[in-house]
Structures are given as C-alpha cells and as structure tokens.
Design a protein around this ligand. Structure first.
Ligand SMILES: [Zn+2]
Length: 328
C-alpha cells in the first residue's frame, strides 16, 4: 500500500506520479493488492482472480468482460489522464476556499467544461457520512441561501426583509459538535465538526426529526429562539436557548451558537469567493464540500488527499451512488 503521508505538496505528488503507468499501477494495487496477494475483482459480476491482459486491462473469466482499473471509480467514462485527476483532487482539497472550473482548467490544461465535470465528480467524494451521530455539546442553527439580507450584520439589515418562508431563499440546517482534540505533542485543542443539509423548511416537524437522527439522546443542544426548537427537552435533550432577538450572544459561558455561525460565514466566503451563483440542484454538493473542508481543517494536505484517493476508487463511495449525481 502506498504511503500517502509523503504527498505534503503538489511537487512531491507529481514527482511520485511521474507517468500515467505509475498512476494506473497505484489504482490497481490500492484496489486489489500487490504481487501474489493481488486479487482483481470483476466490477461487473464480483468474480475474483481476474487475469491481466497485455493492454493493461483485465478479463473476467466468468462474465468474459474486459475492464480497466477505472471501472467502478470516479475516473470511469473519462478520457482525462489519471495524473490530471490526481492533481485536480489535490488542488481541490488543498485550496481553502475551493477552486473554480476555469482556474482548474488552466492549472491542469483541460477545457473549462471538462474541469467543471471533474469538479462535480470530485465533489461527490465530500458527501457526508450519515452513519455518524453527534454527542456532547451541539449547536444547531439555520440559514437561508439565495437572498442577500441574511448575510448582512443585524444592524445593516433592511427591516422586514427577513421572511423565513420566502420562495426565493433556500433554507439550510446545520448542527455542530464541539469537540476537544489532542495533537501529536499531547496539546489539547478545540475542534468542531459540522453536518449541514438543505431542508424543505425550518418548521418543527422538519428540523426535530433531523436532530433526533443525528444527535444522541442526552446531549446538550444550543439553539436560537426559533419556535421550531421548542420541545427538544421532551426528546431527551438538555436544550439551551440563546436569545438573539434580545441581542443575547453568549449566556453562562457556553450557551451560544457562534461556532456554527462561523461555519456559515466560511460557507458564504466559499460561495462568494469562488462559485458565485449556485443552483438549488447543486447546493447540497457545495454544502458537502464546505462541511468537508471544515471537518478536515486540522488535517494536513496528505491526509486529505489520501482520504479522497481512497474514496475516488470506490473504497467508500459506491459507483451506484456516483451515477445518481453524474452531470448530464
Ligand atoms: Zn465478471
């Protein structure tokens, strides 16, 4: 198995992946093992021990189909070299605010259309893992995308334009777990993890089932005074409200939602700085990207690249899932 920790810069990445064959070999070995241990599995029928062919592809002895190492990965159906894909994944994961398709196109010399397609494929690797639940101290908050007013500071907003149910804005709901981490030197530090999603509306019957699904019972839940959060106590949470309407921002030292608001502003900067207008259709994938950046912000470049590489070859993300979000 390849040691990803050496890819601490784009230079070290391209020095290692110096030809297409090296890239191909890495995909093959990471998916199916090395040398005698290697067991190539047919992506179509699941048959083990498929044979290598002279042209670099494999042949399944059962369904008799030939396949390349790209089948079942995000690189399938693409003529772009693996090297360009690897560089694209590295660039996307290391740019703090993301990268535009025109910039990526220039960086790896593909057309802007191709770069746009690659970005959308790569963004599927950021999808949030629904099997993880939060516990401990959780901040919940909602935000609207599409209108400009929500982004302004309270004192700058035009009165009566904060309609929570306007059709021009899309509501997003977010949860943030406050965590403590210990680094290699044994120093303790604060860390927070976010889960966020597009929601139909911000009513109680929409938000509370989401909280129930993703926050463990007994957790302390911090919210603003929105009515939708009333009754969280009855669901088994220790619910604390920070009343923004009466300009309360921190109560008793820890009753606040400032961290999740920090995430929203990070998300806003990513959109305004790089992607400008986002269609509702793709909004969730941009949220996933912002969440991924936030949740891996203390990981180094090589760890992020390793995670993305493994997902790209289908070790976590399945091809079926990817098909659903392919760009037409
Ligand atoms: Zn087969």
């Amino acid at each position: 198995m390849i040691d990803f920790s050496k890819f601490d810069s784009l230079v070290s990445l391209t020095m290692y992946f110096n030809c297409e064959e090296k890239c191909r070999q890495t995909v093959v070995e990471t998916r199916w093992g090395v040398g005698k241990e290697q067991d190539v599995v047919c992506p179509y029928c699941g048959q083990h021990h498929c044979k290598s062919r002279k042209d670099g592809k494999f042949r399944c002895p059962k369904c008799k189909r030939n396949f390349s190492c790209r089948v079942g990965t995000i690189f399938e159906d693409s003529k772009v070299s693996l090297l360009k894909w690897f560089i694209a994944m590295y660039l996307i994961s290391s740019h703090k605010k993301g990268i535009s398709s025109s910039q990526l196109g220039r960086d790896i010399s593909v057309t802007q259309t191709t770069a746009w397609y690659m970005l959308h494929k790569i963004r599927t690797l950021f999808r949030q893992n629904d099997s993880e639940a939060f516990h401990g101290e959780i901040e919940c908050d909602e935000v609207y995308i599409g209108g400009k007013e929500k982004w302004k500071h309270e004192s700058m907003r035009t009165p009566h334009t904060q309609g929570r149910s306007t059709v021009t804005k899309t509501p997003i709901f977010g949860m943030l777990e406050r965590s403590e981490i210990i680094n290699e030197k044994g120093e303790r530090g604060f860390m927070s993890y976010v889960r966020a999603m597009v929601v139909e509306n911000t009513r109680k019957d929409t938000l509370q089932p989401i909280i129930s699904q993703f926050v463990e019972d007994g957790s302390m839940v911090f919210t603003d005074e929105l009515n939708a959060y009333n009754g969280l106590d009855k669901l088994g949470y220790d619910h604390k409200i920070c009343n923004h309407g009466s300009l309360q921002y921190v109560v008793d030292g820890k009753i606040y939602t400032n961290n999740i608001e920090g995430f929203w502003s990070h998300f806003r900067r990513m959109i305004t700085g790089c992607y400008h207008n986002i269609s509702d259709e793709h909004l969730q994938s941009y949220i996933d990207e912002a969440v991924y950046r936030w949740n891996t912000r203390k990981a180094d470049e090589s760890a992020r690249f390793s995670d993305m590489f493994l997902k790209s070859i289908g070790l976590i993300v399945t091809w079926n899932e990817l098909k659903l979000c392919r760009v037409a």
